[in-house]
Write a protein that binds this ligand. Structure first.
Ligand SMILES: [Zn+2]
Ligand SMILES: [Zn+2]
Length: 316
């Protein structure tokens, strides 16, 4: 099957998004496994309300400013512009989430996006498998495609010395914070501020990805692609807007993810705040970006029909 190129993923003649096998990724698996074990065993033993408050604040800052705004909307999609110092600070906060370095995050996002935009893709990229198999696949494995596309990061990013440093040391970036938390609040703060936060962030990231590619509310449909995205309105607040994933599939370049009435998007509010202080500009929105091929507006009853037909396609 002939594949199309997307941004940094350049299809070769024989590139195929379906032909691959799932391989266990030892480093990623041991990392998330260890964080989760520490959280489960020592979380309850070291529980205190100030440790929980620390967990909430650190998670909110790293997920909102770091992951959603810095990594996803800025570094990966270039949906707005900021000074390089601010970009570095936001991407650094994104690295502190503990998922991957900047290049690893771009690759993980872009290979999935490339696969989902073809007419067919591997089950892992589509979150098609049952809950626990998908959990193991997404958090502990990756697809080794027989013929992957070429992956080319723009030189302004791939040659950036700070990003190269973060890529080499992304796991170690937890260490200075662990030491600081140990000095300020003891082991309770280390367990809740590092292990509980990293394991909740990574598990939450998988959960949103799992449900946002299966079915749910959908304002738009993209015809002719392997995978649809869905909005999970109940999780809009705790994901800082990332759960409006149907909107993201419809308008991938938009800095704003919560587009319709009642879709509160705290990441977008943060970007608007940067704009207000003159720190961000050239913001992409659905109205000023080119319309995606195959994009179709859905209304009312059509939404559930679309979800049903998507399930039927998956079952086929
Ligand atoms: Zn998606
Ligand atoms: Zn994206």
């Amino acid at each position: 099957m002939k594949t199309i190129s997307t941004g940094r993923m350049i299809s070769r003649q024989d590139s195929d998004a379906e032909d691959g096998r799932v391989v266990w990724m030892p480093a990623k698996s041991i990392w998330v496994g260890a964080m989760t074990m520490i959280a489960i065993v020592f979380g309850p033993l070291t529980f205190s309300w100030n440790a929980v408050a620390l967990f909430v604040v650190m998670t909110a800052v790293t997920i909102c400013a770091g992951h959603s705004v810095g990594m996803h909307r800025l570094l990966i999609h270039r949906s707005f512009r900021v000074h390089i110092w601010i970009e570095h600070a936001l991407v650094y906060l994104g690295v502190l989430v503990g998922m991957a370095g900047p290049f690893g995050m771009i690759h993980a996002h872009d290979i999935r996006d490339w696969a989902q935009r073809q007419t067919g893709c591997h089950d892992l990229y589509a979150h098609r498998r049952p809950f626990f198999i998908d959990a193991f696949w997404q958090m502990h494995c990756a697809v080794a495609l027989r013929n992957p596309p070429d992956f080319i990061i723009e030189p302004s990013v791939s040659n950036d010395r700070f990003y190269k440093f973060l890529e080499r040391t992304w796991m170690w970036q937890q260490l200075p914070w662990a030491i600081l938390l140990l000095l300020l609040g003891g082991w309770s703060w280390v367990v809740w501020g590092i292990a509980v936060r990293v394991s909740v962030s990574l598990t939450g990231h998988w959960l949103v990805g799992h449900f946002a590619h299966r079915n749910g509310d959908q304002g738009w449909c993209v015809d002719g692609v392997a995978v649809q995205g869905y909005n999970l309105p109940r999780f809009g607040l705790v994901t800082f807007g990332e759960s409006f994933h149907g909107n993201h599939h419809a308008f991938p370049e938009s800095a704003r993810l919560g587009l319709e009435r009642g879709q509160i998007d705290l990441g977008w509010i943060f970007i608007q705040t940067l704009v207000r202080f003159g720190l961000a500009h050239s913001v992409n929105l659905p109205e000023n970006t080119p319309r995606r091929k195959g994009l179709r507006r859905l209304r009312g009853g059509e939404r559930s029909r679309s979800a049903t037909s998507n399930r039927a396609v998956k079952a086929a």
